[in-house]
Design a protein around this ligand. Structure first.
Ligand code: S3P
Length: 182
């Protein structure tokens, strides 16, 4: 019950906003790996990608995740690509219970395109880049997750409720239709 909660999932799935709400409702701290990197660097993710490239950003991401393994009562939202490195996957499991927040591609794309903060989508044909990235990453999220929530059609509030039930913080009046173990 007391273990940290790590949210993984593709860009636009709501890790940060749902993570914040989850932390508030549990009285846990909240961290966001993108935010930790940007605070440490004093630059935005887009600036880091432009100035240092993706690989260096990934290195910084690993550095920040390494600093979280001794945290307690933490909800961590990760960047969508944090699961790509095997070392990060190990770190995420050391940090806490890994919850994959998923939704259908249309929902993810619509949400991920709301702002220009995502350098991977700042390309000529963002939808096709999005689709191929998503396709290549789905098995990685699947493999990394301890639990999966499908937030398709759910508000952030409803998704939060699903997570709380799935993690055993709330008793659901029905078994969750979205749990990975169904
Ligand atoms: C990335 C997702 C972003 C951010 C960076 C790379 C990715 O985080 O870490 O732009 O590779 O999917 P969000 O998932 O919070 O958008």
């Amino acid at each position: 019950m007391e273990s940290n909660i790590v949210l993984i999932g593709f860009m636009g799935c709501g890790k940060s906003s749902i993570g914040r709400r989850l932390a508030t409702s549990l009285g846990y701290k909240f961290s966001d790996s993108d935010e930790l990197v940007t605070l440490h660097q004093g630059r935005s993710v887009a600036e880091i990608f432009a100035e240092e490239g993706e690989e260096n950003f990934r290195e910084m991401e690993t550095g920040q995740l390494s600093g979280l393994t001794t945290e307690r009562r933490l909800v961590l939202a990760t960047g969508g690509g944090a699961v790509l490195r095997a070392r990060n996957r190990e770190l995420l499991h050391q940090i806490g219970k890994v919850v994959w927040l998923h939704a259908d591609p249309e929902t993810l794309f619509e949400r991920a395109s709301r702002n220009r903060k995502r350098p991977l989508l700042e390309v000529e044909n963002p939808r096709s880049t999005f689709d191929s990235l998503l396709e290549s990453r789905l098995p990685v999220y699947e493999e990394t997750a301890d639990l999966k929530i499908d937030a398709t059609g759910l508000s952030h509030e409803q998704t939060l409720e699903e997570i709380l039930v799935l993690l055993g913080f709330r008793s659901g009046d029905r078994s969750s239709p979205h749990s990975k173990t169904d």
